[in-house]
Design a protein around this ligand. Structure first.
Ligand code: GUN
Length: 296
């Protein structure tokens, strides 16, 4: 079998277009412009690229983008005071503090200072608890993007065996919660799992989010399974820099029913879902109907 390639780049473009259409309606009918504030502390090069992309995408869908770039030596008190100011600003519907923060700042304290209703990353402890108990919350962007692609490919997910490899707070755990919410039978596997290959082979849906280049190989994939590769790993091969996922693409694609490539799979969905979350937050803040198909 050669797997169907799930085109995340095209899907993300469709999500952004839906968000843009909804934003235009909000402006016309309600005089509202959803606003996203992004806070970057320090000069980490990868973070600067992410923040630039977020800014451009936010503008492109017609939202307001508020960028706050602070020096690496910014004190915790200064950062918390900026968050308080953004929490109180009615033009700001979503707040994202780019991670990782410089070592002297307590990320948990900072993230938990964000108003949960504006926490478009879904990292605030209240949102984590709401998701874990099946209540309406802000959902982390990468797992939300994976869920959207899975629903699009499968229709209903109920009863399917899902294996999530990786137990991070940002991807693995919320991904498992979302799949459980759609009535999958969910297993979370990780680096200490015994006979990982056998566990993975039970999966109708296999989500790889371990951060280890090409760790999931074709022999670990059940024939016909859907493979979602969350990994983005920079490696050097034959003297050239290359981007690979957590899945060994060639061997897995030969067995799977469907697979996301790297790049062009899950990656583009993350920013699309950040915009979707900002739109959702704006609608909720104003007591308006939420966009259909753009939330969990
Ligand atoms: N750094 C890398 N990915 C993310 C993300 O999804 N959210 C935030 N806030 N920081 C990140």
């Amino acid at each position: 079998m050669t797997a169907k390639v799930i085109d995340g780049k095209a899907f993300a473009a469709k999500v952004r277009a839906e968000v843009a259409a909804h934003v235009a309606r909000l402006q016309e009918e309600n005089g509202l412009t959803p606003g996203l504030a992004v806070v970057l502390v320090g000069e980490d090069p990868a973070s600067q690229v992410y923040v630039r992309n977020k800014h451009a995408s936010t503008i492109e869908v017609g939202m307001a983008s508020f960028e706050h770039r602070l020096p690496a030596e910014t004190s915790e008190a200064t950062l918390l005071s900026l968050i308080d100011q953004l929490n109180a600003d009615p033009k700001v519907h979503g707040i994202l503090v780019q991670l990782p923060l410089p070592g002297h700042l307590n990320s948990e304290l900072v993230i938990n200072r964000i108003d949960p209703a504006k926490d478009v990353d879904g990292f605030h402890i209240s949102n984590v608890g709401l998701l874990g108990t099946g209540q309406k919350s802000m959902v982390p962007c990468t797992p939300l993007g994976c869920l959207m692609m899975l629903r699009d490919h499968h229709g209903k997910l109920a009863g399917l065996n899902a294996v999530v490899v990786g137990r991070s707070n940002i991807v693995g755990k919320p991904m498992a919660q979302l799949l459980l919410g759609d009535s999958c039978t969910v297993t979370i596997a990780h680096s200490r799992t015994k006979d990982l290959a056998e566990v993975c082979r039970r999966a109708d849906i296999l989500v790889a989010a371990v951060g280890r280049p090409e760790m999931i190989t074709g022999d670990m994939v059940r024939p016909g399974a859907t493979v979602i590769d969350v990994g983005i790993n920079r490696i050097e091969r034959d003297g050239k820099a290359k981007l690979v996922g957590d899945v060994h693409y060639e061997s897995a694609a030969a067995v799977a029913g469907a697979i996301t490539p790297v790049p062009g799979g899950v990656g583009p969905m993350t920013i699309a879902c950040l915009l979707a979350n900002t739109l959702t937050a704006c609608c909720r803040a104003n007591g308006l109907a939420e966009p259909k198909g753009l939330t969990a």
